[in-house]
Design a protein around this ligand. Structure first.
Ligand code: NAD
Ligand code: DAU
Length: 356
Protein backbone atom coordinates (compact mmCIF):
# COMPACT_ATOMS: atom_id res chain seq x y z
CA UNK A 1 0.00 0.00 0.00
CA UNK A 2 1.59 3.23 -1.17
CA UNK A 3 -1.02 5.20 -3.07
CA UNK A 4 -4.49 4.66 -1.74
CA UNK A 5 -7.79 5.92 -3.07
CA UNK A 6 -10.39 6.06 -0.31
CA UNK A 7 -14.00 6.69 -1.27
CA UNK A 8 -16.39 8.18 1.29
CA UNK A 9 -13.51 9.29 3.50
CA UNK A 10 -15.39 12.35 4.78
CA UNK A 11 -18.10 10.18 6.33
CA UNK A 12 -18.15 8.50 9.72
CA UNK A 13 -16.12 5.32 9.22
CA UNK A 14 -14.12 6.67 6.27
CA UNK A 15 -12.80 9.67 8.22
CA UNK A 16 -11.88 7.44 11.15
CA UNK A 17 -10.13 5.14 8.70
CA UNK A 18 -8.12 8.01 7.17
CA UNK A 19 -6.74 8.69 10.65
CA UNK A 20 -6.01 5.00 11.26
CA UNK A 21 -4.18 4.65 7.97
CA UNK A 22 -2.08 7.80 8.38
CA UNK A 23 -1.09 6.43 11.79
CA UNK A 24 -0.37 2.84 10.76
CA UNK A 25 1.18 3.42 7.31
CA UNK A 26 3.91 6.09 7.49
CA UNK A 27 4.64 5.91 3.73
CA UNK A 28 1.07 5.87 2.47
CA UNK A 29 -0.40 8.74 0.44
CA UNK A 30 -4.18 9.02 0.51
CA UNK A 31 -6.53 10.48 -2.07
CA UNK A 32 -9.96 10.88 -0.50
CA UNK A 33 -12.87 11.03 -2.98
CA UNK A 34 -16.14 12.09 -1.38
CA UNK A 35 -19.23 13.83 -2.74
CA UNK A 36 -19.90 15.58 0.60
CA UNK A 37 -23.53 14.53 0.77
CA UNK A 38 -25.42 15.42 3.97
CA UNK A 39 -23.44 12.60 5.68
CA UNK A 40 -19.97 13.78 4.71
CA UNK A 41 -18.16 16.80 6.08
CA UNK A 42 -14.71 18.35 6.01
CA UNK A 43 -15.28 18.93 9.73
CA UNK A 44 -14.59 15.20 10.08
CA UNK A 45 -11.12 15.65 8.59
CA UNK A 46 -9.80 18.44 10.78
CA UNK A 47 -6.53 17.86 12.65
CA UNK A 48 -5.36 14.81 10.70
CA UNK A 49 -2.12 13.32 12.03
CA UNK A 50 -0.21 13.84 8.71
CA UNK A 51 -2.27 16.18 6.51
CA UNK A 52 0.51 16.47 3.90
CA UNK A 53 -0.13 12.83 2.94
CA UNK A 54 -3.88 13.37 2.45
CA UNK A 55 -5.51 14.94 -0.62
CA UNK A 56 -9.24 15.62 -0.59
CA UNK A 57 -11.22 15.58 -3.85
CA UNK A 58 -14.91 16.45 -3.87
CA UNK A 59 -16.65 14.27 -6.44
CA UNK A 60 -19.05 11.46 -7.15
CA UNK A 61 -18.00 7.81 -7.37
CA UNK A 62 -20.45 7.49 -10.29
CA UNK A 63 -18.29 9.96 -12.29
CA UNK A 64 -16.30 7.47 -14.33
CA UNK A 65 -14.00 10.02 -15.96
CA UNK A 66 -13.04 11.54 -12.61
CA UNK A 67 -12.40 8.12 -11.05
CA UNK A 68 -10.19 7.05 -13.97
CA UNK A 69 -8.28 10.35 -13.84
CA UNK A 70 -7.59 9.89 -10.12
CA UNK A 71 -6.46 6.29 -10.59
CA UNK A 72 -4.02 7.33 -13.33
CA UNK A 73 -2.83 10.63 -11.90
CA UNK A 74 -2.06 9.20 -8.45
CA UNK A 75 -0.95 5.75 -9.69
CA UNK A 76 -3.31 4.20 -7.21
CA UNK A 77 -2.42 0.67 -6.11
CA UNK A 78 -5.15 0.23 -3.45
CA UNK A 79 -8.78 1.35 -3.49
CA UNK A 80 -10.75 1.16 -0.24
CA UNK A 81 -14.43 1.76 -0.86
CA UNK A 82 -16.57 3.25 1.92
CA UNK A 83 -18.77 5.67 -0.04
CA UNK A 84 -22.44 4.75 0.24
CA UNK A 85 -25.86 5.90 1.20
CA UNK A 86 -25.84 4.23 4.60
CA UNK A 87 -29.03 4.92 6.57
CA UNK A 88 -31.80 2.29 6.53
CA UNK A 89 -34.59 4.76 7.41
CA UNK A 90 -33.63 7.04 4.52
CA UNK A 91 -33.61 4.03 2.18
CA UNK A 92 -37.20 3.31 3.20
CA UNK A 93 -38.36 6.86 2.53
CA UNK A 94 -36.30 7.31 -0.68
CA UNK A 95 -34.51 4.28 -2.15
CA UNK A 96 -33.32 5.73 -5.49
CA UNK A 97 -30.00 7.27 -4.31
CA UNK A 98 -29.16 3.94 -2.64
CA UNK A 99 -29.35 2.10 -5.94
CA UNK A 100 -27.44 4.86 -7.69
CA UNK A 101 -24.52 5.23 -5.27
CA UNK A 102 -24.31 1.77 -3.76
CA UNK A 103 -24.88 -0.26 -6.91
CA UNK A 104 -23.92 1.99 -9.83
CA UNK A 105 -21.16 3.72 -7.86
CA UNK A 106 -19.53 0.42 -6.89
CA UNK A 107 -19.83 -0.80 -10.47
CA UNK A 108 -18.21 2.41 -11.75
CA UNK A 109 -15.25 2.02 -9.39
CA UNK A 110 -14.76 -1.64 -10.27
CA UNK A 111 -14.90 -1.06 -13.98
CA UNK A 112 -12.63 2.00 -13.82
CA UNK A 113 -10.04 -0.10 -11.93
CA UNK A 114 -10.40 -2.91 -14.45
CA UNK A 115 -9.59 -0.54 -17.28
CA UNK A 116 -6.88 1.61 -15.68
CA UNK A 117 -5.05 -1.19 -13.89
CA UNK A 118 -5.45 -3.41 -16.97
CA UNK A 119 -3.95 -0.73 -19.25
CA UNK A 120 -1.01 -0.26 -16.89
CA UNK A 121 0.80 -3.36 -15.64
CA UNK A 122 -2.22 -5.44 -14.60
CA UNK A 123 -3.51 -6.49 -11.20
CA UNK A 124 -0.24 -7.52 -9.49
CA UNK A 125 0.26 -5.48 -6.31
CA UNK A 126 -3.26 -4.01 -6.52
CA UNK A 127 -6.20 -4.35 -4.16
CA UNK A 128 -9.87 -3.36 -4.34
CA UNK A 129 -11.36 -3.50 -0.86
CA UNK A 130 -15.11 -3.18 -0.43
CA UNK A 131 -16.60 -2.17 2.94
CA UNK A 132 -19.94 -3.87 3.44
CA UNK A 133 -22.44 -4.74 6.12
CA UNK A 134 -23.89 -7.63 8.11
CA UNK A 135 -27.36 -6.52 6.95
CA UNK A 136 -26.92 -8.42 3.66
CA UNK A 137 -27.49 -11.66 5.62
CA UNK A 138 -30.99 -10.66 6.76
CA UNK A 139 -32.50 -11.00 10.22
CA UNK A 140 -31.78 -13.68 12.86
CA UNK A 141 -34.37 -15.41 15.01
CA UNK A 142 -33.64 -15.46 18.75
CA UNK A 143 -31.08 -18.17 19.49
CA UNK A 144 -30.15 -18.76 15.82
CA UNK A 145 -26.40 -19.04 15.16
CA UNK A 146 -24.51 -15.88 14.25
CA UNK A 147 -23.90 -14.94 10.59
CA UNK A 148 -20.95 -16.67 8.95
CA UNK A 149 -19.31 -15.74 5.65
CA UNK A 150 -21.18 -18.63 3.98
CA UNK A 151 -24.61 -17.56 5.31
CA UNK A 152 -26.88 -17.01 2.29
CA UNK A 153 -27.73 -13.41 1.47
CA UNK A 154 -31.27 -12.35 2.41
CA UNK A 155 -31.36 -8.53 2.47
CA UNK A 156 -34.66 -7.00 3.54
CA UNK A 157 -34.36 -3.20 3.18
CA UNK A 158 -33.54 -1.12 0.11
CA UNK A 159 -30.25 -0.24 1.84
CA UNK A 160 -29.20 -3.82 2.51
CA UNK A 161 -30.42 -4.97 -0.92
CA UNK A 162 -28.26 -2.32 -2.58
CA UNK A 163 -25.25 -3.35 -0.48
CA UNK A 164 -25.86 -7.01 -1.33
CA UNK A 165 -25.93 -6.13 -5.03
CA UNK A 166 -22.63 -4.28 -4.68
CA UNK A 167 -21.03 -7.26 -2.87
CA UNK A 168 -22.08 -9.54 -5.72
CA UNK A 169 -20.55 -7.19 -8.28
CA UNK A 170 -17.27 -7.11 -6.36
CA UNK A 171 -17.12 -10.91 -6.28
CA UNK A 172 -17.99 -11.06 -9.98
CA UNK A 173 -14.92 -8.93 -10.78
CA UNK A 174 -12.75 -11.42 -8.89
CA UNK A 175 -14.16 -14.51 -10.56
CA UNK A 176 -14.53 -13.05 -14.05
CA UNK A 177 -11.55 -10.73 -14.41
CA UNK A 178 -9.22 -11.92 -11.65
CA UNK A 179 -9.30 -8.55 -9.91
CA UNK A 180 -7.75 -8.87 -6.42
CA UNK A 181 -10.72 -7.93 -4.26
CA UNK A 182 -11.55 -8.38 -0.59
CA UNK A 183 -14.78 -7.66 1.26
CA UNK A 184 -15.49 -7.00 4.93
CA UNK A 185 -19.06 -7.38 6.19
CA UNK A 186 -19.29 -5.52 9.46
CA UNK A 187 -21.89 -5.01 12.17
CA UNK A 188 -23.11 -1.68 13.64
CA UNK A 189 -20.34 0.81 14.30
CA UNK A 190 -20.37 3.62 16.84
CA UNK A 191 -17.85 6.24 17.92
CA UNK A 192 -16.64 9.77 17.05
CA UNK A 193 -17.90 11.60 13.94
CA UNK A 194 -21.04 9.50 13.44
CA UNK A 195 -23.87 11.50 11.91
CA UNK A 196 -26.74 11.90 14.41
CA UNK A 197 -29.33 10.08 12.35
CA UNK A 198 -27.98 6.74 13.64
CA UNK A 199 -29.17 5.40 16.98
CA UNK A 200 -26.29 6.18 19.34
CA UNK A 201 -25.41 9.77 18.37
CA UNK A 202 -29.10 10.60 17.89
CA UNK A 203 -29.84 9.48 21.45
CA UNK A 204 -26.88 11.37 22.92
CA UNK A 205 -27.71 14.64 21.16
CA UNK A 206 -31.47 14.41 21.68
CA UNK A 207 -30.89 13.74 25.37
CA UNK A 208 -28.61 16.72 25.95
CA UNK A 209 -31.12 18.90 24.08
CA UNK A 210 -33.94 17.61 26.30
CA UNK A 211 -35.74 15.97 23.37
CA UNK A 212 -37.56 12.64 23.21
CA UNK A 213 -35.52 9.46 22.71
CA UNK A 214 -37.52 7.56 20.06
CA UNK A 215 -37.36 3.77 20.41
CA UNK A 216 -38.78 1.89 17.44
CA UNK A 217 -41.38 -0.70 18.45
CA UNK A 218 -40.67 -2.65 21.63
CA UNK A 219 -36.92 -1.82 21.59
CA UNK A 220 -36.06 -5.52 21.83
CA UNK A 221 -34.12 -5.52 18.55
CA UNK A 222 -30.49 -6.57 18.78
CA UNK A 223 -27.43 -5.21 16.99
CA UNK A 224 -23.81 -6.37 17.30
CA UNK A 225 -22.04 -3.14 18.28
CA UNK A 226 -18.42 -2.44 17.33
CA UNK A 227 -16.30 0.60 18.20
CA UNK A 228 -15.29 2.27 14.95
CA UNK A 229 -11.54 2.18 15.65
CA UNK A 230 -11.73 -1.63 15.88
CA UNK A 231 -13.50 -1.76 12.51
CA UNK A 232 -10.80 0.44 10.95
CA UNK A 233 -8.06 -1.82 12.26
CA UNK A 234 -9.88 -4.88 10.90
CA UNK A 235 -10.10 -3.30 7.44
CA UNK A 236 -6.40 -2.43 7.55
CA UNK A 237 -5.56 -6.02 8.49
CA UNK A 238 -7.68 -7.43 5.65
CA UNK A 239 -6.24 -5.05 3.06
CA UNK A 240 -2.72 -5.98 4.14
CA UNK A 241 -3.01 -9.73 4.60
CA UNK A 242 -6.47 -10.86 3.51
CA UNK A 243 -6.62 -13.34 0.66
CA UNK A 244 -7.91 -11.99 -2.68
CA UNK A 245 -11.45 -13.15 -3.39
CA UNK A 246 -12.24 -13.63 0.29
CA UNK A 247 -14.88 -12.13 2.56
CA UNK A 248 -14.31 -11.51 6.27
CA UNK A 249 -17.04 -10.93 8.86
CA UNK A 250 -16.26 -8.26 11.45
CA UNK A 251 -18.25 -7.69 14.65
CA UNK A 252 -18.00 -6.59 18.25
CA UNK A 253 -19.64 -9.41 20.19
CA UNK A 254 -21.72 -6.82 22.11
CA UNK A 255 -25.41 -7.58 21.61
CA UNK A 256 -27.71 -5.66 23.98
CA UNK A 257 -31.37 -4.92 23.25
CA UNK A 258 -31.72 -1.42 21.77
CA UNK A 259 -33.71 -0.30 24.80
CA UNK A 260 -30.98 -1.43 27.19
CA UNK A 261 -28.31 0.28 25.12
CA UNK A 262 -30.26 3.55 25.25
CA UNK A 263 -30.75 3.19 29.00
CA UNK A 264 -26.98 2.73 29.33
CA UNK A 265 -26.36 5.93 27.33
CA UNK A 266 -28.77 7.74 29.66
CA UNK A 267 -26.93 6.41 32.72
CA UNK A 268 -23.57 7.58 31.35
CA UNK A 269 -25.05 11.02 30.64
CA UNK A 270 -26.57 11.18 34.12
CA UNK A 271 -23.03 10.82 35.41
CA UNK A 272 -21.12 12.99 32.91
CA UNK A 273 -23.70 15.76 32.34
CA UNK A 274 -26.26 15.53 35.19
CA UNK A 275 -29.60 17.15 34.38
CA UNK A 276 -32.59 18.07 36.54
CA UNK A 277 -34.18 14.66 35.90
CA UNK A 278 -32.79 11.27 34.79
CA UNK A 279 -32.34 11.22 30.99
CA UNK A 280 -34.16 7.86 30.75
CA UNK A 281 -37.41 9.77 31.38
CA UNK A 282 -37.07 11.07 27.79
CA UNK A 283 -37.43 7.55 26.33
CA UNK A 284 -40.51 7.25 24.14
CA UNK A 285 -41.66 4.18 22.20
CA UNK A 286 -42.71 5.11 18.64
CA UNK A 287 -44.09 3.06 15.71
CA UNK A 288 -41.63 0.53 14.37
CA UNK A 289 -39.43 0.78 11.25
CA UNK A 290 -41.14 -1.07 8.36
CA UNK A 291 -39.48 -4.45 7.76
CA UNK A 292 -37.30 -3.92 10.84
CA UNK A 293 -34.62 -6.62 11.13
CA UNK A 294 -34.92 -8.13 14.59
CA UNK A 295 -31.44 -9.36 15.33
CA UNK A 296 -27.90 -9.35 13.92
CA UNK A 297 -24.88 -11.23 15.29
CA UNK A 298 -21.53 -11.85 13.64
CA UNK A 299 -19.34 -14.94 13.82
CA UNK A 300 -15.81 -13.52 13.60
CA UNK A 301 -13.92 -16.80 13.85
CA UNK A 302 -12.50 -16.51 10.31
CA UNK A 303 -10.83 -13.10 10.71
CA UNK A 304 -9.64 -14.10 14.18
CA UNK A 305 -8.07 -17.35 12.96
CA UNK A 306 -6.62 -16.11 9.67
CA UNK A 307 -5.65 -12.53 10.48
CA UNK A 308 -5.44 -12.51 14.26
CA UNK A 309 -7.96 -9.67 14.59
CA UNK A 310 -10.24 -9.25 17.59
CA UNK A 311 -11.95 -6.07 18.83
CA UNK A 312 -10.00 -4.16 21.47
CA UNK A 313 -12.92 -2.18 22.93
CA UNK A 314 -15.80 -3.49 24.98
CA UNK A 315 -19.19 -1.77 24.85
CA UNK A 316 -18.83 -0.10 28.27
CA UNK A 317 -15.55 1.67 27.50
CA UNK A 318 -16.52 2.36 23.87
CA UNK A 319 -19.87 3.91 24.80
CA UNK A 320 -18.37 6.06 27.52
CA UNK A 321 -15.64 7.32 25.14
CA UNK A 322 -18.31 8.06 22.52
CA UNK A 323 -20.60 10.01 24.88
CA UNK A 324 -17.57 11.94 26.13
CA UNK A 325 -16.51 12.72 22.54
CA UNK A 326 -19.90 14.24 21.68
CA UNK A 327 -19.85 16.30 24.89
CA UNK A 328 -16.31 17.49 24.16
CA UNK A 329 -17.01 18.61 20.56
CA UNK A 330 -19.74 21.26 20.70
CA UNK A 331 -18.46 22.95 17.51
CA UNK A 332 -18.75 19.74 15.50
CA UNK A 333 -22.19 19.11 16.98
CA UNK A 334 -23.37 22.66 16.22
CA UNK A 335 -22.17 22.44 12.61
CA UNK A 336 -24.11 19.20 12.10
CA UNK A 337 -27.28 20.30 13.85
CA UNK A 338 -27.37 23.58 11.93
CA UNK A 339 -26.74 21.88 8.60
CA UNK A 340 -29.45 22.43 5.98
CA UNK A 341 -31.80 19.50 5.98
CA UNK A 342 -31.08 17.98 9.39
CA UNK A 343 -34.23 19.26 11.06
CA UNK A 344 -36.21 18.43 7.92
CA UNK A 345 -34.97 14.86 8.21
CA UNK A 346 -36.02 14.61 11.85
CA UNK A 347 -39.46 15.98 10.97
CA UNK A 348 -39.83 13.58 8.05
CA UNK A 349 -38.74 10.48 9.96
CA UNK A 350 -40.19 11.14 13.40
CA UNK A 351 -43.15 13.51 13.30
CA UNK A 352 -45.39 11.01 11.54
CA UNK A 353 -44.35 8.43 14.11
CA UNK A 354 -45.60 10.77 16.82
CA UNK A 355 -42.10 10.70 18.28
CA UNK A 356 -41.43 14.43 18.60
P1 NAD B 1 -21.71 7.65 6.18
O1 NAD B 1 -23.09 7.82 5.66
O2 NAD B 1 -21.32 8.28 7.47
O3 NAD B 1 -20.66 8.19 5.10
C1 NAD B 1 -20.80 7.93 3.73
C2 NAD B 1 -19.84 8.86 2.98
O4 NAD B 1 -19.96 8.57 1.58
C3 NAD B 1 -20.18 10.35 3.16
O5 NAD B 1 -19.01 11.07 3.42
C4 NAD B 1 -20.78 10.75 1.82
O6 NAD B 1 -20.54 12.11 1.49
C5 NAD B 1 -20.07 9.79 0.87
N1 NAD B 1 -20.83 9.54 -0.35
C6 NAD B 1 -22.15 9.19 -0.46
N2 NAD B 1 -22.48 9.07 -1.76
C7 NAD B 1 -21.36 9.33 -2.48
C8 NAD B 1 -21.08 9.35 -3.87
N3 NAD B 1 -22.03 9.07 -4.78
N4 NAD B 1 -19.82 9.63 -4.26
C9 NAD B 1 -18.86 9.93 -3.34
N5 NAD B 1 -19.08 9.94 -2.02
C10 NAD B 1 -20.32 9.64 -1.59
O7 NAD B 1 -21.46 6.09 6.19
P2 NAD B 1 -20.61 5.21 7.21
O8 NAD B 1 -21.45 4.85 8.35
O9 NAD B 1 -19.30 5.85 7.42
O10 NAD B 1 -20.42 3.89 6.33
C11 NAD B 1 -19.32 3.74 5.44
C12 NAD B 1 -19.42 2.40 4.75
O11 NAD B 1 -19.43 1.36 5.71
C13 NAD B 1 -20.71 2.22 3.94
O12 NAD B 1 -20.36 1.53 2.76
C14 NAD B 1 -21.59 1.38 4.83
O13 NAD B 1 -22.48 0.59 4.06
C15 NAD B 1 -20.57 0.53 5.54
N6 NAD B 1 -20.94 0.05 6.88
C16 NAD B 1 -21.38 0.94 7.83
C17 NAD B 1 -21.67 0.47 9.11
C18 NAD B 1 -22.13 1.41 10.20
O14 NAD B 1 -22.53 0.94 11.27
N7 NAD B 1 -22.12 2.71 10.01
C19 NAD B 1 -21.50 -0.88 9.41
C20 NAD B 1 -21.07 -1.76 8.40
C21 NAD B 1 -20.77 -1.27 7.15
O1 DAU C 1 -25.52 -3.48 10.82
C1 DAU C 1 -24.70 -2.58 10.12
C2 DAU C 1 -25.54 -1.39 9.73
O2 DAU C 1 -25.78 -0.66 10.92
C3 DAU C 1 -24.87 -0.50 8.69
O3 DAU C 1 -24.71 -1.24 7.50
C4 DAU C 1 -25.72 0.74 8.43
O4 DAU C 1 -25.03 1.61 7.53
C5 DAU C 1 -25.95 1.45 9.74
O5 DAU C 1 -26.82 2.55 9.54
C6 DAU C 1 -26.54 0.51 10.79
O6 DAU C 1 -27.91 0.16 10.45
P1 DAU C 1 -29.06 0.09 11.57
O7 DAU C 1 -30.36 0.29 10.91
O8 DAU C 1 -28.87 -1.10 12.43
O9 DAU C 1 -28.62 1.39 12.42
P2 DAU C 1 -29.47 2.54 13.14
O10 DAU C 1 -28.50 3.30 13.99
O11 DAU C 1 -30.30 3.31 12.19
O12 DAU C 1 -30.43 1.72 14.10
C7 DAU C 1 -29.94 0.85 15.08
C8 DAU C 1 -31.13 0.20 15.78
O13 DAU C 1 -31.82 1.20 16.51
C9 DAU C 1 -32.13 -0.38 14.84
O14 DAU C 1 -32.69 -1.55 15.42
C10 DAU C 1 -33.20 0.70 14.72
C11 DAU C 1 -33.18 1.33 16.09
N1 DAU C 1 -33.52 2.77 16.13
C12 DAU C 1 -32.84 3.61 15.31
C13 DAU C 1 -33.12 4.95 15.31
C14 DAU C 1 -32.39 5.90 14.39
C15 DAU C 1 -34.46 3.23 17.04
O15 DAU C 1 -35.06 2.47 17.80
N2 DAU C 1 -34.73 4.58 17.05
C16 DAU C 1 -34.12 5.45 16.21
O16 DAU C 1 -34.44 6.66 16.26
Amino acid sequence: MKSILITGGAGFIGSNFVRTLLRLEPDARIVNLDALTYAGSLENLRDLPAPERHTFVQGDICDRELVEDLLRQHQVDTLIHFAAESHVDRSILGPAPFVQTNVMGTFTLLDACRRVWGEADGFAGRRFHHVSTDEVYGSLEPGAPAFQEATPYEPRSPYSASKAASDHLVRAYFHTYGMPVTITNCSNNYGPYQFPEKLIPLMILNAVRGQALPIYGDGKQIRDWLYVEDHCEAIHRVVQDGKPGETYNVGGGNQPYNIDLVREICAILDELRPGARPYAELIQHVPDRPGHDRRYAMDISKIRAELDWVPRHDIESGLRATVQWYLDHPDWVRAVLEQDGYQTWLDKNYVERGGK
